[in-house]
Ligand binder design. Structure first.
Ligand code: PNS
Length: 159
C-alpha cells in the first residue's frame, strides 16, 4: 500500500490543486492532503475551513484523507505513513524553489518528492491570483470548486 502526501496552503483550494489530487488518486492507494496550519502569508481561511472545502471538492474519491499540520512537512509525512510527497508544478518558475524543498526534505527524512505537471489549461492558476481577482469583483467560478466560489463571494459581500 503506497501513501502519498499532497501538502499545501490551499488558501483557498483551486481547480489546479484538485487536478493534482485527482492524478494522485489514480496512482496511489492512499492520498493524504496536508493543509499547513500557518502559511507564510496571513491566511484568508482558517485551516478547518480549508479542509472543509477540500473535503467537499474530493467527495467522489474514497482513498483521500485530510490532515492539518504545523511544523516540518517531513514529520507530517512520517506521522501519516507517506512514502512519497507530491507537489504540482505549473511552470519553470516553480521548479527552482520546489527542487530545493524536495532536496531538503529528502536530506531530512529520505522521503522522495514527485512532481505532477498541472494541466496546461490550469497552469496560470494560483490561490493568490484567485483571491485578488475575486476581491476586485472578477468572476472566479470556473477556477475554483463550487464551495470555494461561494465562500469567496460571501467574503467579498462581507467586506
Ligand atoms: O501551497 P504552498 O504554500 O506552496 O505550500 C507550501 C508548503 C506547505 C508545502 C511548505 O510551506 C512546507 O513544506 N511547509 C512546512 C514547513 C517545512 O517543512 N519547511 C521546510 C521545507 S524544506
Amino acid at each position: 500500500m503506497t501513501t502519498a502526501l499532497v501538502p499545501g496552503s490551499f488558501d483557498p483550494p483551486t481547480r489546479g490543486h484538485i487536478d493534482v489530487i485527482a492524478r494522485c488518486v489514480g496512482i496511489f492507494d492512499r492520498v493524504v492532503v496536508g493543509v499547513v496550519l500557518n502559511p507564510s502569508k496571513q491566511a484568508m481561511f482558517t485551516s478547518e475551513r480549508r479542509v472543509e472545502m477540500l473535503r467537499d471538492a474530493c467527495s467522489d474519491w474514497d482513498n483521500v484523507e485530510f490532515v492539518a499540520f504545523d511544523g516540518l512537512l517531513v514529520d507530517c509525512a512520517r506521522e501519516v505513513g507517506a512514502e512519497v510527497i507530491v507537489k504540482g508544478l505549473r511552470a519553470m518558475t516553480d521548479f527552482d524553489y520546489e527542487l530545493q524543498l524536495a532536496q531538503m526534505n529528502r536530506h531530512l527524512s529520505g522521503i522522495v518528492t514527485m512532481f505532477v505537471a498541472t494541466a496546461p489549461a490550469l497552469g496560470y492558476l494560483s490561490s493568490s491570483l484567485v483571491k485578488e481577482v475575486s476581491r476586485l469583483g472578477g468572476d472566479v467560478d470556473d477556477l475554483v470548486p463550487p464551495m470555494v466560489a461561494a465562500a469567496l463571494k460571501e467574503r467579498r459581500d462581507d467586506d
